[in-house]
Design a protein. Structure first.
Length: 636
């Protein structure tokens, strides 16, 4: 599936071109048809309708330009013919100036675990592989020092040429955190010098000899803010026992890797679109759209529910207390006349914590491998799960983990067989006896997870019609190349850091009742843990000495909005804490020493005045939006 608003190398548009041309052709057809019936209308009314239709086409063209503009701010679309008519369009932002840069790799190399003391700085292409004892990792560096310090980076796109690819696995990009030179880099001195954070991924390619793009806006901003932190990138294969992938080096001529960076003074997004139509008769009409978001180039990442990055299992009505958390298959079936119910359902969850908060998923495709040619096929639907569940580590045995009756041991589903939204997200018809990959488009749901509209408890697969019987490979299959996949193509808004939340350390989370947390508190806890933090709970009414002990053993305290702001709740227990305190409850601000009185509203921006700290290094100096609207009764 091609993602909307994503480009291949040199900016050639794929799907947007098709969509726009199709739309323009449809409008032209409607205009001609309108001309045929206009005899029964007042001429001026017909012309107004025609002009508005042409202007609408101009707006669509302007949208396409925004998404291919790489955050370059204002632009003007010259008069464009549409049949006998024409339109112009403008894109206006708050930006005062835009500068574009293109940097070729100034040094690169690859290191080889099998030959740990051998330098491959002059090698071309560079090799990437993940096999125990024979790992290979590629290194790239780009010198951005000509960009003035603290300049606002609105987009940065890395272009790499894939010579040969591993069609089975993903390549992850990590920031290097140690010095190296092209002629001295070897496995023994640089292979382990990288940050665990995945900045972006190169998903499986259908073939070699292709350009791939990765969004590096946040990392490039950090390099501009602090050039001494720029040690380059390391490419590491995500899949164990992967095949070898190779990438062009700076010795590859026109295929040399390069980094495109756009900087701007002022806000590049959102923008205002204006389109003006001019009919052949001279009649004109204009349409505008304000606050239209402009997005950076896309990233694509493929996730699998293994190695702690998700979970999967199936449940059976025939064995309602049995857990199938490590079954090699995911079973979906409605194939028994004696049971007035679906017989088998499957559950999956993918950890999307690597997607930046505020990003927009342009496409999200669930892919499952049907492994049994003898299956009966049928329509399989995907539903959003509405309660958390535990995978378990059994296969057909009564024990801990998800079952037909329970979402976890001692925690029954509200409805046996799983709690889920009755409206399906997507459905795919699987043919009888066909082995291979099948897809479900779940873009809308993934955007809901990203923007917080839904808690990510995962997906439930179930048959839509009687007679369906299909079997998919699970994350416990013997062949890792057929594990379930979720491929997400996403983009951050121009000017945003577009980096996934990450961290390490301990959070003391103050909740209303640690034994009976509210759904919002449960969600916040899962969110913090998904960002890499260890969360320790304490109830608001716990004793003072316990607060003192835990405050000393944690790095920051987070106070839930459900905590009682009166003296019967938390009170002043954290007022003298030696760690930082973040509170959702504005009524506690005076008790916590955040302010001298309760604060009834807060601003929508935070002023970044120091970018020397690693947390703020990815941001430009100046105001950073933190909320989309004013809030009341919240204190930070």
């Amino acid at each position: 599936m091609i993602s909307p608003f994503c480009t291949n190398n040199r900016g050639y548009i794929l799907l947007p071109v098709v969509m726009t041309l199709t739309l323009l052709a449809l409008i032209a057809f409607l205009l001609n048809r309108h001309n045929g019936v206009a005899l029964n209308m007042v001429a001026s009314e017909a012309e107004v309708d025609q002009a508005l239709a042409v202007a609408e086409a101009g707006l669509e063209h302007a949208k396409w330009l925004v998404h291919d503009n790489v955050c370059a701010g204002d632009m003007t679309l010259a008069a464009t013919a549409l049949g006998d008519h024409s339109y112009t369009a403008t894109v206006d932002s708050a930006v005062t100036s835009v500068t574009g840069y293109s940097f070729n790799s100034d040094r690169d190399a690859f290191v080889n675990e099998l030959l740990p003391d051998i330098n491959n700085g002059a090698a071309s292409p560079l090799k990437v592989k993940n096999t125990a004892g024979d790992n290979r990792r590629a290194l790239y560096h780009f010198d951005l020092s000509i960009i003035p310090a603290q300049t606002r980076v609105t987009s940065a796109t890395l272009w790499l040429y894939v010579v040969d690819n591993d069609s089975l696995g993903t390549i992850n990009l990590h920031p290097v955190n140690g010095d190296w030179t092209e002629n001295e880099a070897i496995w023994n001195n640089i292979a382990s010098s990288y940050d665990d954070q995945v900045l972006g991924s190169i998903t499986q390619q259908l073939s070699g000899d292709v350009w791939v793009a990765v969004n590096l806006t946040a990392l490039s901003q950090s390099w501009v803010n602090d050039p001494t932190a720029n040690h380059g990138l390391m490419l590491i294969a995500a899949l164990e026992n992967s095949l070898e992938s190779t990438y062009a080096s700076n010795d590859s001529g026109s295929l040399c890797p390069y980094l495109e960076v756009t900087t701007a003074d002022g806000e590049v997004s959102p923008v205002t679109l204006t389109a003006t139509a001019t009919l052949d008769s001279g009649v004109t009409r204009s349409l505008s759209r304000e606050a239209y978001k402009a997005y950076q180039p896309c990233n694509t990442i493929t996730m699998q529910p293994d190695a702690g990055a998700g979970k999967d299992a199936y449940v059976s009505i025939f064995r309602p207390s049995a857990n199938y958390g490590v079954s090699e298959v995911l079973w979906v079936q409605d194939w028994n006349n004696d049971v007035d119910e679906v017989n088998y359902k499957s559950l999956l969850k993918f950890d999307i914590g690597t997607i930046p908060t505020g990003a927009r998923a342009l496409s999200a495709v669930l892919s499952l491998y049907q492994n049994t040619p003898g299956s009966n096929g049928g329509l399989v639907e995907v539903h959003r799960i509405t309660s958390d569940w535990a995978e378990g580590d059994l296969s057909g045995i009564t024990g801990p983990g998800v079952t037909w009756d329970d979402r976890d041991t001692g925690l029954p589903w509200d409805t046996p067989g799983g709690d889920y939204d009755l409206t399906p997200i997507a459905g795919t018809q699987l043919p009888v006896g066909t082995k291979g990959w099948f897809d479900w488009d779940i873009t809308k749901l993934v955007n809901g997870w990203i923007n917080g509209a839904y808690d990510n408890y995962g997906l439930l697969l179930m048959p839509a019609v009687y007679g369906t019987a299909v079997y998919f490979d699970s994350s416990d299959a013997t062949d890792p190349t057929v594990y379930p996949r979720l491929t997400i193509t996403y983009a951050g808004e121009c000017g945003d850091a577009a980096v996934a939340p990450r961290g390490s350390g301990k959070v003391l989370m103050v909740v209303s009742d640690e034994w009976n947390m509210t759904p919002d508190e449960e969600s916040k806890k899962s969110l913090f843990e998904g960002w890499g933090y260890t969360v320790n709970l304490i109830s608001q009414w716990d004793v003072d000495w316990n607060f003192n002990i835990l405050a000393a053993d944690n790095d920051v305290a987070y106070v839930s909005d459900a905590v009682d702001p009166t003296t019967w709740g938390l009170g002043t227990r954290l007022a003298e804490a030696i760690i930082g305190v973040v509170s959702e409850e504005g009524g506690l601000n005076d008790d916590l020493g955040i302010s001298s009185a309760e604060i009834t509203s807060v601003g929508t921006d935070i002023d970044i005045i120091d970018i020397s700290h690693f947390i703020t290094r990815i941001f430009p100096n100046g105001l950073l939006p933190i909320y989309s609207a004013a809030m009341s009764g919240k204190g930070v």
